[in-house]
Design a protein. Sequence first.
Length: 311
Amino acid sequence: MQIFIDCDPGHDDVLAILLALAHSELITIKGITTVAGNSSVENVTDNILKVLDYIGVSVPVAQGCARPLRREPEPQPTAHGNSGMDGPILPAAKSRVDARHAVEFLQDAIMRQTEPVTLVTLAPLTNIATLFETYPEVKKRISRICMMGGSLNGGNILPRSEFNIYHDPEAAKIVFHSGVPITMSGLEVCAEAKTMLADFEPLKHGGRVSRLAYELMDFYCGYAHERNWDYTNVFDAVPVAQLLHPELFSGTEYRVDIETEGDLCRGMTVAIQGEFTPPQSPVTVLEHADGPRFSTLMLDALRILDQRQPD
Ligand code: BDR
Ligand code: CA
């Protein structure tokens, strides 16, 4: 399967990318694009270039939109630090970003593929909405969007809104109205796909990639520690895990629309059952996950990469 990953690394974005890289027998990452979200687009681009260099992997990276379509960026230093990936101290990136804007890169690269591609989105949807508005022909070349974003009931930035959708609700609306099939990994399935904090501890003594993951999670789990939780949610790894092992997940088809306004509801994903009007996208909302097997899949991926990338 050929995939493109649009992301804002982001501790959990990095874990998602590591999971995909560990399973190159099933998934080929044809490109990574970045967008403003957890931190500025410059920071998140630099973060992924540093990670790829550190683990010795070469994937084209193109930098995308620096701000939402109509709003000011709202980075998330509490969850991810000012850099968007606080914790590990990595050497400066030697790899260079693609000279093209992410939207131009995606248009060109997607149209060149012989088969339709899967788009994995782990961030606000600004790049993807801009791509669909500027080059509508690419929509037919995307078999599915596997998205981390949204929720059925919960919220992590407003009571009913998840960050990736909240950050650029106008972009999300364009994507959910695009007609491209979507599998949505929202807050409910991510809550079931949890990883116990204790499971990260042994990574400290693991290989090169495990140690990086340990340092990432050490910072990221500060939020959980402060709340006395014994687990954390590695949100962005969920759509990748679902691509690798769909049998670990179950979901329901909904029509999903986006609330773009309101102090309480901006960015709410409104899931409506039993009513579907094309050209809206059919959305499979994942609701349940086998948490222990998800966690094992993710931790095993780090060991696989350690073996490929000795110290
Ligand atoms: C999403 O928001 C970001 O902070 C994470 O990287 C993830 O994509 C979770 O709501
Ligand atoms: Ca993310």
